[in-house]
Design a protein around this ligand. Structure first.
Ligand code: PLP
Length: 410
């Protein structure tokens, strides 16, 4: 199977109004997709339609608009469950995004299971969102945050991971794909190894869900979390998938709104799943936009998207490597459409600023993964990250722009 044909790619790009603009008189080349993707017209239209005609609070209304909005919101829950192959819709909780999903689990799962001295096992490549909540949870219980270190390629040492599991952490929390390096972790194997030690596993899917097919039952993960805005959907909405057996036992983390059953002045009983974890008025427009983003991904074909991005990644990597002074940060055997690099004698933000003036949008800095930067002994990197709508022609312009920036700075 190949990536997209030229006409398929053209058609795909035409669905994204933001791609058809000029920056400083240059056509925009958007390569900051790991931070957030652009939005297709059908996502924008879905949100506009909701606020234009359907706007209403959900779950508590007897009138037409409220019932319609409630049904549309719950339809998306079922759509998300189908998309990640959850066994039940009740296992899908809507949140504000990956960060909130992880904080919810750290708070609630922490209350359920953590005792003095308990630990969590993460890897050395985690985004701060999948590091700081566990670091704080461990600190609060006088426990240790266990870290499976990276090697010089940016891969986790599986031998060390296995050894750390023997210390019986209460939870393993690992990213599927590193946002800073592009490393794809062997999560199926890592989950099986943790389960062999009776340890539940959370997968941070922020960087994977828009690039490959996810089947939470096949993976057998206990939790899987992701954000709408990194998968062509809106900001401010995300998902926490959890196995029912955990979600049933976990206490609610925020109170008020639809998460209650009966309330008296001195006692409250809580609603059933999934509502137990959705306090207050939810982001209805965001959820509907997320549903449209899933429609987009399914219509476009996730497997083709993944292949297309790999073709661009390998093409751009090879070309970049020929520029003198470039050091690619992260060289894992299994990797996704992210290239992090530094140029000897230059600061990443200087390269990023020059690329911007040439219309090329990349991200520079530590990418919310400071321990990764420490590991590679760099202050930050320049990061280009690819999405379904990027093209080989854009990769050419990107590499030429890097070459020009290097010539100006070195
Ligand atoms: N985890 C990873 C791997 C990420 O790349 C990101 C965002 O870049 C996050 C978590 C946090 O996502 P959000 O800011 O949408 O909550």
């Amino acid at each position: 199977m190949n990536g997209f044909t030229a006409s398929e790619l053209n058609e795909l790009r035409n669905q994204f109004p933001a791609l058809h603009q000029s920056i400083y008189g240059k056509p925009l080349i958007y390569l900051d997709n790991a931070a957030t993707t652009q939005k297709p017209q059908l996502v924008i239209d879905r949100i506009t339609k909701y606020y234009t005609f359907e706007n209403c609070n959900i779950h508590r209304g007897v009138h037409y608009l409220s019932q319609e909005a409630t049904a549309a919101y719950e339809d998306v829950r079922a759509k998300v469950a189908g998309f990640i192959h959850a066994a039940k819709s009740e296992e899908v909780i809507f949140t504000r995004g990956t960060t909130e999903s992880i904080n919810l689990i750290a708070s609630s799962f922490g209350k359920l299971l953590f005792e003095t001295g308990d630990s969590v096992l993460i890897t050395g490549m985690e985004h701060h969102s999948n590091l700081v909540p566990w670091q704080q949870l461990c600190k609060n219980h006088n426990g240790e945050l266990l870290v499976a270190e990276l090697d010089e390629r940016g891969e986790v040492s599986m031998e060390q991971y296995g050894k750390l599991l023997e210390q019986k952490p209460k939870l393993v929390a690992i990213t599927h794909i590193s946002n800073a390096l592009g490393t794809v972790n062997p999560i199926k194997e890592m989950i099986a190894m943790a389960h062999a030690n009776d340890i539940p596993v959370l997968i941070d899917g922020a960087q994977s869900v828009a690039h490959m097919r996810i089947d939470v039952q096949e993976l057998d993960c206990d939790f899987f979390v992701f954000s709408g805005h990194k998968m062509y959907g809106p900001m401010g909405v995300g998902v926490l998938y959890g196995k029912q057996k955990w979600l049933e036992q976990m206490p609610p983390w925020q109170f008020g709104g639809e998460m209650v059953d009966q309330v008296s002045l001195h006692e409250t009983t809580f609603n059933q799943l999934p509502f137990k974890f959705e306090a207050g008025t939810p982001n209805v427009a965001g959820v509907l936009g997320l549903g449209a983003a899933i429609d987009f991904l399914q219509q476009t074909d996730l497997e083709k998207i993944g292949l297309h991005e790999m073709i661009i990644l390998n093409y751009a990597l090879e070309k970049l490597k020929s520029i003198p002074g470039i050091r690619i940060i992260g060289n894992a055997a299994e990797r996704a459409g992210v290239i992090s690099f530094v140029v000897e004698g230059t600061h990443p933000s200087d390269i990023g600023t020059l690329l911007d003036k040439m219309g090329v949008a990349v991200r520079t800095g530590h990418h919310c993964a400071q321990p990764v930067m420490t590991h590679f002994n760099v202050p930050g990197t320049v990061r280009a990250s690819f999405a379904a709508y990027n093209s080989l022609a854009e990769a050419d312009i990107f590499v030429e722009a890097v070459q020009k920036a290097v010539n100006m700075l070195c």
